[in-house]
Design a protein around this ligand. Sequence first.
Ligand code: NAP
Length: 244
Amino acid sequence: MHDSSRKVALVTGANKGIGFGIARELGKAGMIVLLGARDPTLGEEAATMLRGEKLDVCFVQLDLVRPETITAAAAGIEARFGGLDVLVNNAGIADRSDGPPGTADLSAVRRIMETNFHGTLAVTQAMLPLLRKAKAARIVNLSSGLGSLEKNSDPDWAFAAFKLMGYNASKAALNMMTVQLAYELRETTIKVNSVSPGFIATDMNEHRGTQTIEEGAAGPVRLALLPPEGPTGGFFDQAGPYPW
Ligand code: NAP
């Protein structure tokens, strides 16, 4: 059992955007934060910035589509901390060549699925033995309202026109991972949840989002810090339960 007095959190894709905001808030909550990034320069810069705010943050190289970086990250965390308390699966991509099913570029759809779904599943599988060593680990999957089948089925939904075959399917698949993993871990203290962070101004949407990074980090951070009586296998936004 990993029982360090301080909890250790890994946030993927945390060199910028919502992931950076989540890393900052988990650091403020007193955790040791492993700031995952695929680019060492960007990752080190981001970690240095948060250390400048007196937070305990270090960079871990993690590229969701380079399995060797995932294996090395898990081995490094095992050697240094012996376990992991929080995994926030934040890293993700959109792609300009994505689009509605009739016209979406197939290679773009594959790229998106490879990062957002297969890559996230690979990270989760690699970290699971470490999460099992924690007293009460939390896994948070950054999904999206665009991953909701119910919302996609509603022609009056404010985002109904965002029919992105690759992106939306990748988040629906991630939601399936949440449900299945929560079931698989139902006899443990580990909780697994999906979150729609909101429409957040980041590079992913060329800063057209209407909410701030801080607002986007709030839901994921709440799920990362869930108490023992908190939910598992759910989908939430900032306001509460969100339709699948
Ligand atoms: P962002 O600013 O574009 O940040 C995405 C992060 O993921 C970056 O750190 C990026 O690294 C990283 N990343 C991309 N591919 C990666 C890979 N193969 N391996 C490791 N890291 C990788 O986007 P964001 O808006 O903060 O999005 C964060 C998460 O929230 C995503 O999963 C996104 O789908 C989800 N989300 C966002 C919104 C929104 O309104 N912004 C809404 C719903 C859901 P680089 O800097 O190296 O590219």
